[in-house]
Design a protein around this ligand. Sequence first.
Ligand SMILES: Nc1ncnc2c1ncn2[C@@H]1O[C@H](COP(=O)(O)OP(=O)(O)OP(=O)(O)O)[C@@H](O)[C@H]1O
Length: 260
Amino acid sequence: MTDVQPKIAFRHVSKIFGDGPKAFTALRDLTLDIADGEIVTVVGPSGCGKSTAMNIVAGLTSVSTGECLVDNTSVKGPGPDRGVIFQQYALFPWLTVIKNVEFGLRLQGIAREERRERAMHYLELVGLKEFAQAYPKTLSGGMKQRCAIARAYAVNPSVLLMDEPFGALDALTRVKLQDQLLDTWSKDKRTIMFITHDVDEAVYIAHRVVVLAAKPGRLQEIIDVDLPFPRNEEVRLSPEFTEIRNKVWRAVYDRSAEAA
Ligand SMILES: Nc1ncnc2c1ncn2[C@@H]1O[C@H](COP(=O)(O)OP(=O)(O)OP(=O)(O)O)[C@@H](O)[C@H]1O
C-alpha cells in the first residue's frame, strides 16, 4: 500500500496557555493523522483540549510546540479551505436563509447568479430548499444548524470543523441531523473533524473516534469504527455498534474517574 498524504496532521502538538506559574498545558504532544474524506470524532472529559485541538486546525489558536499541517502546509491562520461550525448557529438574523448561505460567497466576490445557484444546491443538499426565503427566527434549532452546515459547505472548504454542532438540540433532532450530515457527506465527501460529548453520536457518524484524556490534555486512544455505511437504524441498534460504543465509553470514563 502506498503512503497517502493525510489531510490534517498533528505533529507532536502541544499548547500551553499563559506562562510562569500560571502556565497551563491544554494539549501535550498530540500526534494524529486524519485522511482526506475521513470523519473523525473527538471525545473526552471536559477540559481535555478538544476545542483547543480544533481551533489549532482552524488557525484560531497557535501551537506552542510541534506543528499542525493541512494538505502538508503548516497552519498559520484561518483560511477558506477550513469551514468551522459551532454549537451556536451564528446565522445573521436580518438575512434570509439563502442570503445567509450566500454570505461567504459574496465575501469571495462570486457573481450573483453563481452565488444563488451554489447556495440553492447546498440548501437542497441539507433539505432546506423550501425555506430559502425564510428568516432564521422562523426556523427550528435543527433547521438553523442545517442552514449553518449549508453555509459552511457553500464556500467549498475541503475540511469541516464542527465543535459540538448538535449540542443544543433535543435527542431526536440530533439523531436526524446525524443522518442528514452523513447523507450530505456521502454526496460530497469532505474531511470532517467533529467534537461531541455524546458517545453514541461519536460512534454513529465516524470512521474513527479519537479519545482525549485530561490534565494534561493528550491522546488516550483511537478507536476504529468498523461499521458499514450507510449508517442507519439497523446499524445503530446492532450488537457491533454497542460493542464499539462500550469501548469508547470505557476509554472516556475510566480516565475521567481517574482524573476527578
Ligand atoms: N485562552 C485560554 N487561556 C487559558 N486557558 C485556556 C484557554 N483556552 C482554553 N483553556 C484551558 O485549556 C483547557 C482545554 O480547553 P478546551 O476548551 O480545549 O477543552 P474541551 O475539551 O474542549 O472542553 P469542553 O468539553 O468543556 O468544551 C481547559 O482547561 C481550558 O480552561
